[in-house]
Design a protein around this ligand. Structure first.
Ligand code: NAD
Length: 490
């Protein structure tokens, strides 16, 4: 069994306290790797090392930084299949989705590399003669990156690549359930020529290692993707040092199906949106708000199609639904299924933990007769559970869609163009899909949410570098005399 160390100051080193933790395959419960658990002291060394590397890296012209990212993207492409298989083994998502996860990392790496020749500021006229005004993007400094387990390479790449192209140096902590893809990503960037100490990797427990990153005063910004609870803690803690924080948190994403929708299309969308990645997506469709006129038929046909989904080890190409990530998550999902029943919702499909399969498998679950105030309609479950909620018209559907504290993704199935545009206007979410499910973002568009889903930042797209840069405003006065803005403007 392979043992993996921390990557600090360009070396793979053991944790200073000698502690380790284990990494399991959620489909088979086999032990696949042992990892070093960073101590607070290790995090301090990682931040010191990133700080030492900052001058040289931030002074390297961005197009030269980009060359390293282009090389990394090519290595990722060459290793795509191997990385996808490793991901399925470690995280459980089915192989075709794991390939998509790696592809997303490839796409963002190329995209961020392209930014090396842009990193655009603006120029604008001065109010005074012989004076010139412009803005430039400057890196923030040492940045801490903390990522969840559900997109083991895409989310790390979404953060690492824009942060690097912007000239920052990094301390990176992946989720303890899925560190292997992050380790491979660090190796790939090193093979691509990333200079020593620019990227430091510390693995280990969230509160201990992640907490030490958040509290470290050399780390000037933290980019975090994970749960609302952790996000709130990070925001509070980072405020003490006036650290910049970007938060991408949970979701309770609705799909609205209107009475004029293409029903087959909507059902396929719900199956993919609710049960893809075993429901473990921040954008998972965990509420399906259906026009009351079509609800009985919609429910019947959705049940029929849900029954056809194959559950098993994601390495089998015929499997649609892999395991959930760990036993804690499995028990949490099972508990929510009980809560739904206790609240009076009807479990019309699935919901049973599958035995004798050794891993953490549960049948995709469908609830009917759900009211918007029930806990299963309000709280993020993060598993293959979705709720059918009836709405009498468009306005009621929108009201239900907006009745939760989250606002990440959303969707409407309708042929009515007015309702489609109104949905874009009215749904409180960072993303709205028309006639497509709540999942499937593309890397050249901004990604993020409103309300408790985040603090207003957006990842990817043209906004990707905003998260990792400061805007500097510069004025050149070539008049040779003292000119006073607002005073000598006559
Ligand atoms: P989590 O908050 O438990 O953990 C996320 C990361 O934070 C992990 O690396 C963890 O070790 C670390 N962490 C935990 N406690 C910490 C602390 N006190 N200080 C610093 N770091 C800490 O979340 P999770 O269970 O790994 O991920 C699932 C959650 O992530 C869901 O809520 C999901 O919606 C959300 N998510 C959001 C997006 C998005 O873009 N909005 C994308 C994927 C997942």
């Amino acid at each position: 069994m392979q043992e993996y160390k921390l990557f600090i100051d360009g070396e793979w080193i053991e944790s200073s306290n000698g502690e380790t933790f284990d990494d399991f395959n959620p489909a088979t419960l086999e032990l696949i790797a042992r990892l070093h658990k960073a101590s607070e002291d290790d995090v301090r060394r990682a931040a010191d090392s990133a700080e030492d590397a900052f001058d040289a890296w931030s002074s390297t012209p961005a197009p030269r930084r980009a060359k390293i990212l282009f090389r990394a993207a090519r290595i990722l492409e060459e290793r795509k299949e191997e990385l996808a298989r490793l991901m399925t083994t470690e995280m459980g998502k089915v192989l075709k989705e794991a390939r998509g996860d790696v592809q997303e990392a490839i796409d963002i790496t190329y995209y961020a590399a392209g930014e090396g020749r842009r990193l655009l500021g603006e120029t604008t006229p001065s109010e005074l003669p012989d004076k010139f005004c412009l803005t430039v993007r400057r890196p923030i400094g040492v940045v801490g990156l903390i990522t969840p387990w559900n997109f083991p390479i895409a989310i790390p790449a979404w953060k690492i690549m824009p942060a690097l192209i912007s000239g920052n140096t990094l301390v990176f902590k992946p989720a303890s359930d899925t560190p292997l893809l992050s380790i491979e990503l660090v190796k790939i960037l090193t093979d691509a020529g990333l200079p020593r100490s620019v990227l430091n990797l510390v693995t280990g427990e969230g509160s201990a290692v992640g907490g030490a990153i958040v509290k470290n005063r050399k780390i000037r910004a933290v980019s975090f993707t994970g749960s609302l609870e952790t996000g709130k803690w990070i925001l509070g803690e980072a405020a003490r040092d006036m650290k910049r924080v970007s938060l991408e948190l949970g979701g309770k994403n609705p799909i609205i199906v209107m009475d004029d929708a293409d029903m087959d299309l909507a059902i396929d969308g719900v199956l993919w949106g609710a049960f893809g990645t075993t429901g473990q997506r921040c954008t998972a469709a965990s509420r399906v708000i259906v026009h009351e006129k079509i609800l009985p038929l919609f429910q019947k046909r959705l049940i029929e199609k849900t029954e056809l989904l194959n559950i098993g080890n994601g390495l089998d190409e015929n499997v649609d639904i892999g395991p959930v990530i760990n036993n804690t998550q499995l028990q949490k999902i099972a508990r929510y299924i009980e809560i739904g029943k206790e609240e009076g919702a009807k479990l019309v499909q699935g919901g049973k933990i599958i035995k004798p399969l050794p891993g953490y498998f549960i049948e995709p679950a469908l609830f009917s007769d759900v009211t918007p105030d029930m806990r299963i309609a309000q709280e993020e479950i993060f598993g293959p559970v979705t709720s059918l909620i009836s709405a009498c018209d468009f306005d009621e559907a929108i009201k239900i869609a907006n009745s939760v504290e989250y606002g990440l993704s959303s969707s409407i199935y309708t042929k009515n163009i007015t309702n489609a545009f109104r949905a874009i206007e009215k749904i409180e979410a960072g993303i709205t899909y028309i006639n497509a499910p709540t999942i499937g973002s593309e890397i050249h568009l901004p990604f993020g949410g409103v309300k408790s889903t985040g603090n207003g930042t957006r990842e990817a797209g043209t906004t990707a570098v905003e998260e990792f840069t400061e805007l500097k405003t510069a004025y050149f006065d070539y008049s040779g005399k003292l000119q006073k803005a607002q005073i000598d403007t006559g």
